[in-house]
Ligand binder design. Sequence first.
Ligand SMILES: [Zn+2]
Length: 231
Amino acid sequence: MKTSLTSRMISQLLPMKLCVACHQHTENALCDVCIADLPFINMDVLKGNMLNEPSTAQSLECKFIDQLYVATEYIHPVKRLISEYKFSGKLAIEQSFSQIFHIHQRWMQRYINAQRIIPIPLSNKRLSSRLFNQAYEISKALSRLIDAPIDPVLIKHKETPQQASLDAPSRKKNMNNVFSQKRPLGSHRVVVVDDVITTGATANHACQVLKSLNPDMHITVFALAISRPHR
Ligand SMILES: [Zn+2]
């Protein structure tokens, strides 16, 4: 009796933990039901590279990308979580991304072989208004799982409009001189990290900048989600 009264009092004092996707009670950021329903991408089927799928390779700007590793499709609830995270920086949502990566861990360790992790940067203006870079936070979770250090070697010089709203020539013009590399890199295998892949233009341009100084570099682009309207 005494124990049940104590535990009831404790449970009333502790804040309730709710799933970030369905708001039901849970032990983790995402509940077991939502985790089971997530639109995971099976990287084993794709041999660790989404560019092995012709329809995906043809729909993306990916000339300078050697390998594309993505954890989930950019659909509900991942889409909502990513956009909420960008504007709130909620720790619980960040923890849900770690849960997603944890499920991918075996595939990541099998297919991603890198000496450095390079987050896609935000411009100083965007960073000062948002206070954090979502690609850097995703890089931290990835770094723990594949045991490679983060090296924020890229700089973003200007803001760019949403790539998806532009046609291909405008995207190319839009990406002119957006990124530069702070210093030479000794690594030959790196991972470039972004939150969402839509047209591939941003990640592809980052890879182009890295390869302009080191043409033999092998670059894996890693993203939490991919938007594939053709599917
Ligand atoms: Zn849930």
